[in-house]
Every structure is written in structure tokens, then in C-alpha cells.
Design a protein around this ligand. Structure first.
Ligand code: AMP
Length: 281
């Protein structure tokens, strides 16, 4: 596996792969890699002969009150995992390489950024889209893989790529879960053993909604009631939202259909977790 810390070295390695006629796949991450990230690499490999992964904890997408300083970092472990999974080029820039000065231009997300995650994390998606645009400009991949786990992020990235005519195809890969249903997340490492147990209420509430949908329920309020019932059994977690949204626009729906997304965000102790499920998938 090649590694690069600079934009110039990354561009040179990608250019060399292009000269060999290889399609370029890209998996952007913030590191502290888990199996969910590595399956995105597998997905990228299905589309591309040269797979680039980036690891960059992007300060632009964290509010001053959030967990930037304590976000888990494991560069050596990450490099070993990425190499083991067949990543061809690992781009690990420092903050000074990505943001040598205060940014003079940023991406403004569409109105969707004001809902769900954006409502709780003002400025978050401007930071995400700005770094994704910059990374896509650095790597210039044919395809880039994002996780369904962050459905609003994937939706906004797709919209940006379309609207700004960025010549990269966005592929969204399914959420990887632990055996007991918990969606894998770098932030799971913050959880104590007891919090880890309580965090299962998130996926359980989504599964309850999925089961109710499978039994034929289509009314959003009834489906949400089924989800909330599970959460009521775990009153120590603080729900930011539990919602049913259109799979394309992420606007709330009153009637669910195949493709509707059930979404949840909640705080377990100090750790904020998100999860979602596509109904009927
Ligand atoms: P992060 O490092 O958390 O910024 O995530 C990097 C990429 O991995 C994003 O596209 C995420 O949506 C994706 N991702 C994170 N966790 C999972 C998971 N459990 N399953 C699938 N994709 C994931």
C-alpha cells in the first residue's frame, strides 16, 4: 500500500494509476477504522482497480462544543487495516495540508441540511460538503463510496456532486452492524459496557418499525409509536429525533412505503449515535 500525506503525492500516485488505465475508487473516512469502513473498501474494489482511502478528522465539521479533540485516532492500526483490506493508496493529510489558511470558499448545502443532523449540528454539513468537495478534487475518482449509516450525508453528497457537475459516481453501501444489531461507529469506542447495552435501543427501535412495516402498517404515526415503545423501555437515553423520511429527499412522510427511511439519533451518556433503516429493503 502506498501512503501519502500531501495533496501533491496523492495526485502523483493517482495519475500513475490512471496511466495504467485503472479506474479510481475512493473511500473518505475519519479513521479509527472498523469493519463498516472496510466494507466500503470492498465495494470500491468492485468498481475500481485502484482504491484510495483518506483518513482525515475534519475540523470544519465539528462545532466547538463537539468531540473533535477526543475523536478516536489510531493511524498505525488504521494503516494496517487498510493495507490488509487491499487499499492501494492511503491519504492521511494533516490539518495544515488540507487547510493551510482559513478557507476563503466553502460549499453551502441545500435546505436539507437544516433537518435532522443539521438541526442538531449547525454548520456540520457545510463542513462535510466542503471537505468532500476538496477530497474529490484532490483524488478525482471515478467512483466514491459512502455509507448508508450517514444517510443525510450521503444524500447531500449526491446532491452536491450532481449540482456542481463533479465527475464522480457516488455509491452508497449498506450499514454494517455488530451481531447484536448495533450499527458500527468509531464513536462506539466511547461507550461504557452499560452504555453499549443501552445503545441497542436505537437499532431495536428501527427493527420494531421495520417489523411493523413488514406486517403491513403504513401509517407513519403508528410506525413511530412502535419505535418509541422500544425507546420508552430505555429512558436513560436522550432521543434527538426518531423519524420516517422519504428515501430520496429525506422530507418527513405521513405514509411509509418501500424505500422510506426510518432514522434515529440519540445520546447515550455523552455519546451521540445515529442509525437508520430502509423500510422494505
Ligand atoms: P466516518 O469515518 O465515520 O466519517 O465514516 C466514513 C464513511 O464510512 C462514511 O461514508 C460513513 O457513512 C461510513 N460508515 C461509517 N460507519 C459505517 C457502518 N457501520 N456501515 C457502513 N458505512 C459506515
Amino acid at each position: 500500500m502506498l501512503t501519502a500525506e500531501t495533496i501533491a503525492a496523492t495526485r502523483a500516485a493517482v495519475a500513475a494509476a490512471r496511466t495504467e488505465g485503472k479506474r479510481i475508487g475512493f473511500v473518505p473516512t475519519m479513521g479509527s477504522l472498523h469493519e463498516g469502513h472496510l466494507r466500503l473498501v470492498d465495494e470500491a474494489r468492485r468498481h475500481a482497480a485502484f482504491v484510495v482511502m483518506s483518513i482525515f478528522v475534519n475540523p470544519l465539521q465539528f462545532a466547538p462544543t463537539e468531540d473533535l479533540a477526543r475523536y478516536p485516532r489510531d493511524p498505525d492500526g488504521d494503516a494496517a487495516k487498510a493495507a490488509g483490506r487491499g487499499v492501494d493508496l492511503l491519504f492521511m493529510p494533516g490539518v495544515g495540508e488540507m487547510y493551510p489558511r482559513e478557507m476563503r470558499a466553502e460549499v453551502i448545502p441545500c435546505a436539507l441540511h437544516r433537518r435532522w443532523e443539521g438541526a442538531v449540528r449547525p454548520g456540520h454539513f457545510a463542513g462535510v460538503l466542503t471537505v468532500v468537495a476538496k477530497l474529490l478534487n484532490i483524488v478525482q475518482p471515478d467512483i466514491a463510496v459512502f455509507g448508508q449509516k450517514d444517510v443525510q450525508q450521503a444524500t447531500l453528497v449526491r446532491a452536491m456532486v450532481e449540482d456542481l457537475a463533479i465527475p464522480t459516481t457516488i455509491v452508497v453501501a449498506p450499514t454494517t452492524r455488530e451481531e447484536d444489531g448495533l450499527a458500527m461507529s468509531s464513536r462506539n469506542s466511547y461507550l461504557s459496557r452499560d452504555e453499549r447495552r443501552r445503545a441497542l435501543a436505537l437499532s431495536r427501535s428501527l427493527f420494531a418499525m421495520r417489523d411493523s412495516f413488514a406486517r403491513g402498517e403504513r401509517r407513519a404515526d403508528a410506525l413511530l409509536t412502535a419505535g418509541r415503545k422500544v425507546l420508552d423501555d430505555e429512558p436513560t437515553i436522550a432521543i434527538d429525533y426518531l423519524a420516517l423520511a422519504d428515501g430520496m429527499t429525506l422530507e418527513p412522510v405521513e405514509t411509509a412505503e418501500k424505500g422510506t427511511v426510518a432514522m434515529i439519533a440519540a445520546r447515550v451518556g455523552k455519546t451521540r449515535l445515529i442509525d437508520n433503516l430502509i423500510l422494505g429493503a
